[in-house]
Design a protein. Structure first.
Length: 358
């Protein structure tokens, strides 16, 4: 098994993905971030597609800083509870990096998903990074607002490296997740850095096409959760999206084509689809002979299409902005995603059914 440092040198160069556009940040081997007191999280706006609803409530955990490429980037960090006795015996912990949607912020995503509560109960670290301008560089095309489309990829790499070094995050159990534009950012990381991640999940996010397209480059377990009635970013994608002068929204693949692209990169065969309570699940099994670097290719790519759901986080108790559609009642996206990270499905040689939590 390669070390984290050795594997980081093998990560491929930036590829492509966009849904809302690129942003800013770059990687340095920064020192431990400047200490910052717990904060109430920055305010989001209600004009974006990520569901920002104004000033967020006070966030638990700590607000941390990391200097990257000359910018001070912020993130909320949640650590699982530990006792003084366990502090010296606990091993490395899984890490989830969760990206908020466009027009929102870290505290808003925390409130909507309750991800930190579910993850810390499982002994997982959770980092909610703040996007510059309340958004993420999910695509590879340079824009006026985000002239360097690769900065957020490098920022995410720097954040992961920093948390492996300072918080004992397990480099073999690094996961990314996100909503809307943040979901597309998670997909970009999975597409361009598959050897870095043990899994990725996106809610209401798709891979972009056109001159900002992102192509998956290797096998990695991926879950795409999507509302069947999404009025903001339709299930079928936006091949020719309307103009948005403030932050152009780029063309995207459909949710199914997004999942299928990751399945193809993992050498998966034909998918199996079945109806479950409240949603349809399509599962591709990653192939045993897929080129996986130093990771096992076990696992699946899954698409969950949620019935009667819009551009929302299924299972959330936070009302979405007007025009985003209803919140799906099943499955609970937070628990389903974390279950998937813990066990992304049977290996390619298994005849076992993926199961409702896989």
């Amino acid at each position: 098994m390669l070390s984290f440092g050795e594997r980081s040198r093998r990560w491929p160069g930036v590829l492509a993905l966009a849904l809302v556009l690129p942003l800013a940040g770059c990687a340095t081997d920064a020192d431990r971030p400047d200490a910052a007191p717990p904060s109430s999280g920055s305010s989001g706006t209600s004009s974006g597609t990520g569901g920002g609803t104004g000033t967020a409530t006070t966030a638990p955990g700590t607000r941390e800083q990391l200097r990257v490429d000359g910018d001070v980037r912020q993130y909320l960090l949640h650590r699982p509870a530990s006792t003084p006795a366990s502090a010296t015996t606990d091993g490395p912990r899984p890490l989830v990096v969760a990206f908020h949607g466009r027009g929102a912020d870290a505290a808003e995503l925390r409130a909507k998903t309750r991800l930190e509560k579910a993850a810390t109960a499982r002994g997982m670290l959770v980092a909610f990074p703040e996007g510059l301008g309340h958004g993420w560089g999910a695509g590879t095309r340079a824009t006026k607002q985000r002239p360097d489309p690769d900065l957020d990829v490098r920022f995410t790499e720097a954040l992961i490296k920093h948390l492996v070094r300072t918080e004992r995050a397990d480099p073999e159990r690094i996961y990314v997740a996100g909503f809307s534009n943040g979901g597309s950012m998670a997909l970009r990381m999975a597409a361009e850095r598959p050897a870095l991640l043990a899994g990725a999940a996106s809610v209401s996010g798709q891979l972009p096409t056109g001159d900002a397209a992102v192509e998956p480059t290797g096998p990695v377990p991926v879950m795409v959760v999507y509302g069947a009635d999404d009025p903001v970013r339709p299930l079928a994608g936006l091949p020719t999206p309307p103009p948005d002068p403030e932050e152009p929204i780029l063309p995207t693949r459909s949710a199914r084509d997004t999942a299928a692209a990751f399945a193809q990169a993992g050498g998966a065969g034909e998918p199996v689809t079945r109806e479950e309570k409240g949603y349809d699940r399509t599962v591709w099994r990653l192939a045993a002979d897929a080129p996986s670097g130093d990771r096992r290719p076990d696992g699946t790519v899954q698409l969950l299409v949620v019935h009667d759901a819009g551009h929302t986080w299924p299972g959330s108790t936070v009302p979405p902005p007007e025009g985003f559609g209803p919140v799906g009642k099943a499955p609970n996206a937070t628990d389903t995603i974390l279950d998937f990270f813990a066990d992304p499905g049977p290996g390619p040689d298994s005849d076992a059914d993926p199961g409702p939590g896989r």
